[in-house]
Design a protein around this ligand. Structure first.
Ligand code: DAH
Length: 335
């Protein structure tokens, strides 16, 4: 029967075309040509089936179906073979191999201490505020009751920015203390105030084991009615014990700061000796006047602590310079 020959030829041609194709696109072309529903060769064969006589029809129909099934199966086989091949050749990634860990950094001990301080002071009800590191003389000195001729204003003891003075309309310096933020806070808000501010301060000190020309302070300020020295001492003792443990010894020594009256120096026991960790006192009425607060109505305490000194004690670091040398052997101990 001619018609059966036509099926065989169709199948042979289709198989040859399938084997001859080498890409997915070529296989798609083959599919359209041999199996396409609209114009392909299969359509022609279907027409032949329609023309077969009644007796021949079952045989012809069966042969048609067989040819179509065979060609379809062969094509699908090639398609899936191709896609498997391309997957394995483009990727030799083995997800079961152990990974390579990038070297991880660690949070710097000073940064860590700052985070601890913020958290602890937050529990005591102190809000954290920020202040600029470049300051004018009003915020670094004048409003803090530090007179023009005070030795703390000596240009040799401060980093004045000579070129900035002209454009800024007055002398500008890197702040030498975070007490500046007391002034900025009170200028911006009415009492009551309960803030801490943690950040860098700059002084042209000679570097040694306990001094650096840049270090960090935590400033605290509480202003309300009837604030007392007893509250200040309780707060600082509780704070030191919370950070360094219940055995830490803190003492308060009478001292002088222009912006507090009375003033104390705060020392911490270090081995057999005492180390100064900051200053504190009751806010001087002149400071309240400078920011427009009425000293007859409010009272307050303030304190400024050296963050590095606490950090040294906490991590048993005996030289402040270690913090700034970027020596990985030192820093990775805090990972
Ligand atoms: N600003 C002082 C300093 O850097 C420390 C200080 C002393 C801050 C007494 C205060 C304070 O708030 O009341 O040496």
């Amino acid at each position: 029967m001619d018609i059966l020959n036509a099926f065989r030829e169709y199948q042979e041609a289709a198989t040859a075309a399938i084997e001859g194709a080498s890409t997915a696109e070529e296989l798609e072309q083959v599919r359209i040509e041999f199996l396409g529903q609209k114009k392909g060769k299969l359509r022609e064969l279907q027409g032949l089936v329609g023309k077969a006589s009644k007796e021949e029809k079952p045989l012809v129909g069966k042969a048609f179906n067989e040819a179509r099934t065979n060609v379809t199966a062969r094509l699908e086989q090639r398609i899936s073979g191709l896609s498997q091949h391309s997957q394995s050749s483009t990727s030799d990634f083995d997800p079961t191999l152990p990974g390579q860990l990038p070297p991880l950094g660690a949070i710097h001990p000073v940064t860590r201490t700052i985070a601890n301080f913020r958290e602890l002071m937050g529990r005591f009800g102190f809000r954290v505020v920020e202040g600029p590191e470049i300051e004018d003389e009003r915020h670094n000195f004048d409003a803090l009751n530090i007179p023009e001729d005070h030795p703390a204003r000596d240009p040799l003891d401060n980093f004045y920015i000579a070129t900035a003075a002209k454009t800024a309309g007055g002398p500008i310096l890197l702040r030498s203390q975070t007490s500046t933020v007391q002034i900025r806070t009170m200028e911006a808000a009415k009492p009551p105030v309960r803030i801490v501010s943690l950040g860098r301060v700059y002084r042209p000190d000679t570097m040694d084991a306990t001094h650096s020309c840049m270090f960090h302070q935590m400033e605290g300020l509480m202003v309300d009615t009837n604030v007392t020295m007893a509250q200040l001492k309780t707060l600082l003792s509780l704070f030191a014990r919370s950070f360094l443990g219940p055995d830490v010894e803190i003492r308060f020594r009478p001292s002088f700061f222009p912006f507090t009256e009375p003033s104390v120096e705060v020392d911490m026991k270090w081995g057999d000796s005492w180390m100064e960790v900051g200053g504190a006192g009751m806010v001087d009425p002149n400071v309240f006047r400078a920011v427009g607060y009425d000293p007859d109505k409010v009272s307050g305490f303030a304190f400024g602590l050296g963050i590095e000194r606490f950090c040294m004690k906490h991590y048993e670091v005996d030289d402040i310079r270690r913090f700034y040398e970027n020596d990985v052997r030192f820093l990775k101990q805090f990972a």
